[in-house]
Design a protein around this ligand. Structure first.
Ligand code: ADE
Length: 237
């Protein structure tokens, strides 16, 4: 997958994507990430990218010219999806991450200041995404959240040990509790079943713990849950 990120703060993006699993995925050419400073495209002699809002009011508005030109300079196909990060967008979640992980080419446009000239929204953008009901100083952190969660769903980006099959949300449930050695740490013991070696009982315990945790912490998720046959069988046994 190719991802182009348009931002006024390229260092914010570059410093994060070079690290850890994203950095490894980029080095292995599983994803290609290009960070583009759209200030480089401004025709304004003072390199300005924003301007006062028509009709007055506080704050500045990102002007269309640098952003239209930056996007024009990117090689696009009819499969390219242009995403705008903004608190006004659809709330990003695991289902959207899964859909986006199947795309070939994403362009992510990071907002800043008070907002965008509306023509950017109407002419360039396919999907407007918010990462939650709070306001960030800019779209960079939001675009990193999107890139990170989408990338880890791309085949081979996660190693075997980092598998996403059991992720909270991908199963519709929160994850069950995990333990590692020692089995007794300061008198705090690991549930016996996990030491039993009985694979079936362990699976059953994990499913029940996932259900219990989801019920306690995120009962809203249970509304959309359909137990698959394997889950029903496990709970009956
Ligand atoms: N820009 C500012 N706040 C944002 C949010 N919550 N999500 C995405 N982009 C943003």
């Amino acid at each position: 997958m190719k991802i182009d990120i348009l931002t006024l703060f390229p260092d914010m993006i570059e410093s994060v994507i070079k690290e850890s699993i994203l950095g490894r995925a980029i080095n292995q050419n599983l994803i290609e990430v290009n960070v583009i400073n759209f200030r480089d495209y401004t025709e304004n002699k003072h390199h300005k990218v924003d301007d006062y809002p028509y009709g007055g009011g506080a704050g500045m508005v990102l002007a269309p010219q640098p952003i239209f030109d930056a996007i024009d300079a990117i090689e696009m196909s009819n499969k390219t999806k242009v995403i705008l990060t903004s608190p006004q967008g659809q709330t990003f979640n695991q289902d959207i991450a899964t859909l986006l992980s199947k795309e070939e080419h994403l362009i992510i446009l990071c907002g800043h200041y008070e907002g965008f000239d509306e023509r950017i929204r109407t002419e360039l953008v396919d999907l407007e995404l918010s990462i939650g009901d709070y306001v960030l100083t800019g779209g960079e952190l939001a675009s990193l959240v999107i890139v990170d969660s989408v990338s880890r769903l791309i085949p081979n980006v996660l190693g075997k040990a980092e598998s996403h099959q059991d992720d909270s949300f991908s199963t519709g449930l929160l994850e069950y509790p995990h333990y590692t050695r020692p089995s007794d740490f300061r008198g705090l013991t690991v549930p016996d079943v996990l030491l039993s070696g009985n694979h079936k009982r362990i699976e059953q315990w994990r499913l029940k713990e996932s259900l219990r945790r989801t019920y306690k912490r995120r009962p809203d998720l249970l509304k959309n849950l359909t137990l698959n046959e394997q889950m029903v069988r496990m709970l009956r046994e």
